[in-house]
Design a protein around this ligand. Structure first.
Ligand SMILES: *Cc1c(COP(=O)(O)O)cnc(C)c1O
Length: 380
């Protein structure tokens, strides 16, 4: 049964596009096998075979997700309980007194984790502007962990991953890219020379706001074994139902992303010309600070837009309250569009007070525009 899975000669991203792989991968093709991976809620297995205990040995359901995402990213994937659990497992690999490079704009959870460890003397953290490629290259020489996030959350700055990944780094240093916003359909960090690509599967992979999950993909067997060992020891294992749902969700990622991305381009352009909006940030806009790198590096510009409403925090909040189609909610990468004021989140007070982050979903683009335009007018 195992031998029928993962047959690289028959089915892999070497011979098929990622769009086909994410539909066909992670399935058992033996005669009589269920087409979809079964939901296997098991902690332990009858002894004598490869699997004894799921925290150590995984389950078929987790492994289907790992196989699909590993194939998309071009490496070996490990699923975790959440994106943060996956990030924490990477940080866990660091030696004592390590130096971590972190973008000035990044997910607040990773910044919080880095700050908490620094406060306890575990490591030192240096923040670098996402677009300051020269500073990243310089920093690579002595850092133990180079943590990149591109496009960044929520300012959507695109790092020059190709240049930074090619820079000489210290022996044993880890360069990791948070690939949550781009997804492996728009960007494959391992192919650019990163050691790790990390995804919050909670977002685009699951795609339906109904699960928490994280995935780390690597192409180095030693790093894979170390991360797997950390998952065992810390118990940061994924839920079986969550993996089942994530597999179901990822099947439509190609369609969801293409549709939402097309709408996002239209909405970004219109927001950019709207009288009630002072700044629109979207990597696909020619006026975007890192548009040139984005065009060169990304397969698509993504589905996230952040824009500043003219006026104060209250004006931005009232835009959110006036929405009828778009959900006033956090998170991103789902079928439904969501929008929120980011500076209202604890730890995000440094952001422009009227910045709204919009995650474009798969609704009709003209309906989304009507909702946005009406909400902006009502507030303005
Ligand atoms: C949501 C998110 C995370 C954290 O993932 P969780 O699944 O919420 O733990 C990390 N990075 C980025 C860019 C995210 O958007």
């Amino acid at each position: 049964m195992e031998s029928k899975r993962n047959r690289a000669d028959e089915l892999s991203t070497e011979s098929w596009s990622i769009e086909s792989w994410l539909v066909a991968g992670g399935r058992d093709r033996s005669p009589g096998a269920p087409l979809n991976v079964p939901l296997v809620p098991a902690s332990n297995f009858v002894l004598g075979e490869r699997r004894a205990y799921s925290r150590d040995d995984g389950t078929p359901t987790w492994e289907a997700l790992e196989e699909i995402v590993g194939g998309m990213e071009g490496g070996d994937a490990l699923a975790f309980a959440s994106g943060m659990a996956a990030i924490a497992a990477v940080f866990e690999q660091l030696p004592g007194s390590a130096t971590i490079l972190l973008p000035d704009d990044c997910y607040q959870g990773v910044a919080g984790l880095a700050a908490a460890g620094e406060a306890r003397g575990r490591w030192r953290v240096r923040r670098i502007a996402v677009a300051d490629t020269a500073a990243w290259i310089e920093g690579c020489r002595d850092a133990d962990l180079i943590w990149l996030e591109s496009p960044s959350n929520p300012l959507l700055a695109v790092a020059d991953l190709r240049a930074i990944c090619a820079a000489p780094r210290k022996e044993g240093a880890i360069l990791a890219v948070d690939n949550t916003f781009a997804t492996p359909l728009n960007q494959r960090p391992l192919q650019l020379g990163a050691n790790i690509s990390m995804l919050s599967a909670t977002k685009f992979i699951g795609g339906h706001s109904d699960l928490l999950g994280g995935i780390v993909t690597v192409n180095d067997p030693r790093l894979y074994a170390a991360l797997r060992h950390t998952r065992e020891l810390t118990g940061a294992t994924p839920g079986t139902l969550e993996c089942f749902l994530a597999v179901r969700g990822v099947r439509t990622l190609g369609l969801r992303l293409a549709r939402a991305q097309e709408s996002a381009a239209v909405l970004a352009e219109r927001l950019n010309g709207h009288a009630s909006v002072s700044i629109t940030r979207y990597p696909g806009l020619p006026g975007h600070a890192t548009h040139a790198v984005a065009r060169e590096q990304l397969g698509g510009f993504g589905t996230i837009i952040s824009f500043d409403v003219r006026g104060d925090a209250e004006a931005a909040e009232s835009v959110c309250s006036a929405l009828r189609l778009i959900q006033h909610a956090t998170s991103l990468g789902a079928v439904e569009s969501t929008m929120e004021r980011r500076a209202g989140i604890p730890g995000q007070e440094h952001l422009p007070p009227s910045l709204l982050r919009l995650s474009v979903g798969i609704e009709n683009a003209e309906d989304l525009w009507r909702d946005l335009d009406r909400a902006l007018r009502a507030a303005g």
